[in-house]
Ligand binder design. Structure first.
Ligand SMILES: [Mg+2]
Ligand SMILES: [Zn+2]
Length: 168
C-alpha cells in the first residue's frame, strides 16, 4: 500500500528559498514567492514532501553539518506553523576537492548524480512514477532523469502557480 504514496522532491536553494550563496543562517533565509502556499497545496493533494539538496558548503568548510541542520529545523518549524512540513531533507555535503577531508569525496549523491533521489525513493517506499522532482537547475533535472523520475524546471515566480501549471 505504501508504494501508492506520491511525493514531490524539491531542490532547496532557488526553488523553496531564495538562492543566497552558501546559505546557512536563518537571518539570510527567505522563501521563494508562495513557496509555503505551494507546499500547503501539495500536502492537501496528498503528496509527501521531501528536499534533495547539494550542500557542498560543508565540504568547502563554509558551514557545518550542524549549521545546515539548524536551518532545516528552522524551515520545518516555520512550515509547521502553517500546518505542513518537509518529511525529510536529503543532502549531499560532499565535494571531490573539498577542504574538509571527511567530505572531500567523489560521491554518488551530488546532483546531477541520482543518489539522493534513489535513496529517498527506497527509504520511503516510493515508486519513481509516483514522484516529481522540482528544481531550478539543469543538474536537478539530470538527477531526476537518471533516477527515472519526472523533473520540472522552475525559474522563479509564484511556486504555487508553477505547481498548478504543471498539473499538481
Ligand atoms: Mg537550486
Ligand atoms: Zn554526496
Amino acid at each position: 500500500m505504501s508504494t501508492q504514496n506520491k511525493a514531490i522532491l524539491f531542490d532547496r536553494d532557488g526553488t523553496l528559498n531564495v538562492d543566497v550563496d552558501y546559505l546557512y543562517r536563518q537571518e539570510d533565509f527567505c522563501w521563494m514567492p508562495e513557496a509555503v502556499n505551494a507546499l500547503l497545496w501539495l500536502k492537501q493533494k496528498g503528496y509527501e514532501l521531501y528536499v534533495v539538496t547539494n550542500q557542498s558548503g560543508i565540504a568547502r568548510g563554509y558551514y557545518t553539518l550542524e549549521d545546515m541542520q539548524r536551518l532545516h529545523k528552522y524551515m520545518n518549524d516555520e512550515l509547521k506553523k502553517y500546518g505542513t512540513e518537509i518529511k525529510k531533507f536529503y543532502f549531499c555535503p560532499h565535494l571531490k576537492d573539498g577542504k574538509i577531508k571527511e567530505f572531500a569525496v567523489d560521491c554518488s549523491c551530488r546532483k546531477p548524480k541520482p543518489g539522493m533521489i534513489l535513496q529517498c525513493l527506497q527509504e520511503n517506499n516510493l515508486l519513481a512514477e509516483n514522484c516529481v522532482v522540482i528544481g531550478d537547475k539543469q543538474r536537478d533535472l539530470g538527477s531526476a532523469e537518471q533516477a527515472g523520475v519526472k523533473g520540472y524546471l522552475y525559474q522563479g515566480g509564484s511556486l504555487l502557480e508553477f505547481v498548478k501549471k504543471i498539473g499538481l
